[in-house]
Write a protein of this length. Structure first.
Length: 485
């Protein structure tokens, strides 16, 4: 069997003989959104999967007769699209979700609580939180995420992710060599510039298995916490190993001011000057971007990860000076991230998609500044590029891995279906998710995981948090309304 395109423009495998080919899964009778380079959509389409890969995608009338399948999934006309990619997450923080006060001193309090949390975060806490986060992502249609370098024990987090069946790219925890701005001072990881160079890229060991669900990338803490020497070492490590260099950048005005002082100019200009920027750079947040930094971003081909819910929650607005929508419209690779369960509404890229649309319109006053198709691009193929896996995931094309979402229309928000893309992105969102597949394997069915016992995940998370709260340096939560026992 060989792949090729036919007159209808579909990407259907051509058979060597007249007999139908054998495949493992056939998803048919679907509104297939491919997210390929031409953004082809098949209103009555089908996707054929053999093993872990897609072998055909195109009109239902062409794909279905060409294959015999072990399993057939009838989408009943609902949307099928690539799995979402979350490009910035802190899965370890799930067990402290909404456990801190919302006060005027939240920045200082969050730093103090964060320090004590990571110092007290035993393996069970990290495993339970990571598994809960991964389950939440899977049920919300996210099939791959990039962890932001805050798992104290990456092996523990990796085991939790693998259990749920989604993909992840992990980085080394808390890598920085400038004291005071790299995050909370931890007892478990005392500050040491030498340590930053010693651990840099150790998670790349996971990439020896090309089929591994959990892979590694090069991670720095970012935001004025790395010397030029460390930035250049990290970029070289990423270049040599064919992975992305990921770091936080420009979350708040204070972050931007710190970088300006350290670099002696706006940081993106400095990074271009010293040779750090490139297509394999993925910087998260980027809420503070000055006019002279736009050109280095666009020309380098780097990826910008927008986390609108996180910024809004902390009063930084959806983008401040970030220019995310403007950068996207100038050709920059802008992707989406949820950040953390403490800084976002949920681990749901669908939420970020609608917030990105609304933020862009609110900021610019232009209704067409960002549409549903744009946010879907950020959530899928742009996200795949930002994690360095655009050749493997992010679109439904022959030869790519079968990571996809099958929707259903059995809810009011999905109807009447005049525009299925806007309906999915702006109305039904995660409510309409029926089936999620990774590597051609169903991991979510009827909206629930079939890989893990969900009730066990919930119970384990509750217990881990109860144990943590006994030791955590956290002011007791004071309800705003009276609670009567």
């Amino acid at each position: 069997m060989s792949a090729g395109s036919n007159s209808s423009g579909s990407n259907v495998a051509e058979l060597d003989d007249a007999a139908p080919g054998n495949v493992d899964v056939l998803v048919r009778n679907a509104y297939v959104i491919t997210m390929d380079s031409e953004r082809r959509v098949y209103p009555s389409g089908a996707v054929a999967i053999a093993g872990t890969s897609i072998v055909a995608v195109g009109p239902d009338r062409e794909v279905v007769p060409a294959f015999r399948s072990t399993t057939t999934i009838d989408a009943h006309g609902a949307v099928v699209h690539p799995g979402f990619v979350d490009n910035h997450t802190h899965v370890c923080l799930h067990n402290m979700r909404w456990a801190s006060q919302e006060n005027a001193d939240k920045a200082e309090r969050a730093s103090r609580q964060g320090k004590s949390y990571w110092d007290l975060c035993v393996d069970e806490t990290e495993y339970a939180g990571s598994k809960l986060a991964s389950l939440e992502m899977a049920r919300n249609g996210t099939t791959c995420f990039l962890e932001a370098g805050t798992l104290m024990e990456p092996d523990v987090g990796a085991a939790a992710v693998e259990a749920t069946g989604i993909r992840a790219l992990l980085g080394d925890p808390f890598v920085f060599d400038i004291e005071g701005v790299g995050g909370p001072a931890l007892e478990r990881i005392p500050f040491s510039p030498r340590r930053a160079f010693d651990v840099l890229g150790t998670e790349l060991r996971r990439n020896s298995d090309p089929d591994a669900l959990v892979r590694g990338h090069v991670n720095l803490r970012g935001m004025a916490s790395a010397t030029d020497e460390l930035e250049l070492a990290a970029k070289k490590k990423a270049d040599d190993n064919g992975v992305v260099l990921n770091q936080h950048q420009g979350y708040t005005m204070q972050d931007a001011s710190n970088d300006d002082r350290l670099r002696g100019r706006h940081p993106l200009l400095h990074f271009r000057e010293i040779g750090v920027l490139g297509e394999n750079c993925t910087f998260a947040h980027m809420n503070i971007i000055r006019e002279d930094e736009i050109e280095p971003i666009v020309e380098s081909g780097m990826s910008v990860v927008w986390c609108p819910a996180a910024s809004m929650l902390h009063g930084v607005q959806g983008t401040v000076l970030g220019k995310h929508a403007e950068l996207y419209n100038q050709g920059a690779n802008v992707a989406l991230g949820c950040d953390s369960a403490n800084w976002s509404t949920a681990f749901d890229i669908g939420d970020q998609m609608i917030l990105a649309i609304l933020t862009a319109r609110d900021k610019t006053g232009q209704v067409g500044m960002m549409a549903a198709e744009d946010s879907l691009t950020m959530a899928t193929i742009n996200g795949a590029r930002a994690v360095g896996l655009a050749d493997r995931i992010g679109s439904l094309e022959v030869g790519k891995l079968a990571d996809l979402v099958v929707r259903h229309e059995s809810l009011p928000e999905a109807l009447p279906g005049a525009d299925p893309i806007r309906s999915m992105v702006q109305s039904s969102r995660s409510k309409s998710i029926d089936i999620v597949m990774v590597n051609g394997e169903v991991i979510v069915e009827k909206g629930h995981s079939i890989r893990v016992d969900e009730e066990e995940v919930y119970a384990r998370s509750r217990e881990a948090t109860r144990e943590l709260m006994k030791r955590w340096d956290s002011s007791p939560l004071s309800p705003r309304w009276p609670h009567i026992e």
